[in-house]
Design a protein around this ligand. Structure first.
Ligand SMILES: *Cc1c(COP(=O)(O)O)cnc(C)c1O
Length: 435
């Protein structure tokens, strides 16, 4: 459930008409709903009631400072994968003691920053990384709290590009090697390896892969404890899927069903649990608002060309992802609908948001919303085609604020430099162009 609904014929985010936001912030613009973030966080945490579980929101899904601060205010920790995300989490008010650092390629600088901040746990994904962490911790004179991310060799049954838990994937250490790595960690200076982590993929639509991975985790805990290792935390990753409005998909497992799988497999091990939902918390809490530039009648199809492009929302181009597309003005219930291809202005055929979508007749200037765009939307945006990053707005009841401004072309140009040998050969600067 989300808080993007039609009221008096206009699509609203909570109590604010989207057209008002588009007028204030321009398009394309991402709009997030505080009430929806809160609802998703509460439903998810309620499912784990009675378990010793800490939610560490996966910041990579949406790293907007205001979004992370909203979740932090509800008690969420953070799962970060870079120095930048660590900075965002800390700036958003996430206590260091609730921050987990994940990722296959942490640099020395990232390890040092995480250790200096005093974060909860660093999830190590290889033996060279474990040795490096030991060196960095030793040079800082601290003990690094670490968990070992294992690769359970489980097929997540999701899109190939977001599947991370098979042995062919780059993530984690083969689960069969965990025993050896724990042995090595015990010999390394300034490492406290007392946890196991797993994350098998994203947008999982079935519960069975989670069950298989968690069972494997359980077996490992039992085996490692038999070997004399102390295991106090289990990081179960994220990955629970969300409905994108694609009618062809089966019904998704609920947070309750997911929590039941957790209880059933690892609930009785006496471990502290870390949960890293990303998409589940933020996807349905965001929409991408765009305006129609042109309606073009092609030889065989009708193209609706909008002012958002694949640089603003990459998921359809990258994963063939489906996003429901709705007009900002509520269509009449029995009104005419036509099949249209909704495409962006970027010079790539994959810059397509929807093929053969049924929409009421649209004209230049009309507003459309791509739903379920709060996760991996703005976070993956780029300036491809020298297009500015989209603006982001957060709504809270009847208030809204621009929480990430669209960069001006001047700001974008200011990052570029000509080397001496080109600058000296340049004709005098031309008059400035554009707004
Ligand atoms: C991406 C990621 C997550 C979040 O995944 P979602 O599918 O967005 O829930 C959690 N943990 C790790 C290690 C990740 O890489």
């Amino acid at each position: 459930m989300d808080h993007f609904l039609y009221r008096d014929g206009c699509l609203c985010a909570e109590d604010v008409p989207i057209e008002r936001i588009a007028a204030a912030a321009g398009t394309p613009v991402y709009v997030y709903s505080t009430a929806t973030l809160e609802r998703h966080y509460r439903v998810f945490t309620a499912a784990f009631r009675g378990l010793d579980a800490q939610v560490c929101y996966a910041v990579k899904a949406n790293g907007n400072l205001a979004v992370v601060a909203t979740l932090a205010g509800l008690g969420a920790g953070a799962d970060v994968v870079s120095l930048g995300e660590l900075e965002i989490a800390l700036a958003a008010g996430v206590p260091a003691a609730r921050i987990v650092f994940s990722g296959v390629g942490k640099s020395e600088a990232e390890m040092a920053a995480a250790l200096k901040a005093g974060i909860l746990q660093i999830n190590v994904e290889s033996e060279p990384e474990l040795r490096q962490l030991s060196r960095v911790a030793t040079s800082l004179g601290v003990v690094a709290p670490a968990a070992l991310r294992i690769n359970p060799d489980v097929d997540a049954l999701t899109h190939e590009k977001i599947s991370t838990g098979r042995k062919e994937n780059k993530f984690g250490i083969e689960w069969t090697a965990a025993h050896r790595v724990f042995g090595e960690a015990a010999q390394l200076a300034n490492i406290r390896l007392a946890g196991i982590a797993v994350h098998i993929g994203s947008q999982l639509t079935r519960i069975e892969p989670f069950l298989a991975a968690f069972r494997r985790l359980r077996d490992l805990v039992v085996m490692l404890r038999t070997d004399g290792h102390t295991i106090t935390t289990l990081d179960l990753g994220g990955g629970l899927g969300v409905p994108y409005g694609d009618q062809s998909l089966p019904e998704l497992p609920s947070p309750d069903a997911y929590a039941a799988a957790v209880r059933h497999t690892v609930g009785d091990l006496g471990c502290r649990l870390i949960l890293e939902p990303g998409r589940l918390l933020v996807a349905n809490a965001g929409i991408l608002v765009t305006r129609v530039l042109y309606v073009k009648e092609g030889a065989t199809r009708t193209f609706v060309i909008v002012d958002a492009g694949m640089n603003d929302l990459l998921r359809p181009a990258l994963y063939d992802a489906y996003h429901a597309i709705v007009p900002l003005i509520e269509p009449a219930p029995d009104g005419e609908q036509c099949e249209m291809d909704v495409v962006g202005p970027v010079c790539e055929t994959s810059d397509t948001f929807g093929i053969g979508r049924l929409l009421p007749p649209v004209a230049a200037g009309d507003g459309l919303a791509l739903r379920t765009a709060g996760a991996y939307g703005a976070a993956m945006a780029s300036s491809y085609n020298a297009r500015p990053l989209p603006a982001e707005v957060l709504v809270n009841g009847d208030r809204f604020a621009i929480v990430s401004a669209r960069p001006s072309l001047a700001e974008m140009m200011a990052r570029q430099r000509l080397p001496d040998w080109l600058a000296n050969a340049m004709p005098p600067a031309p008059a400035e162009v554009g707004p």
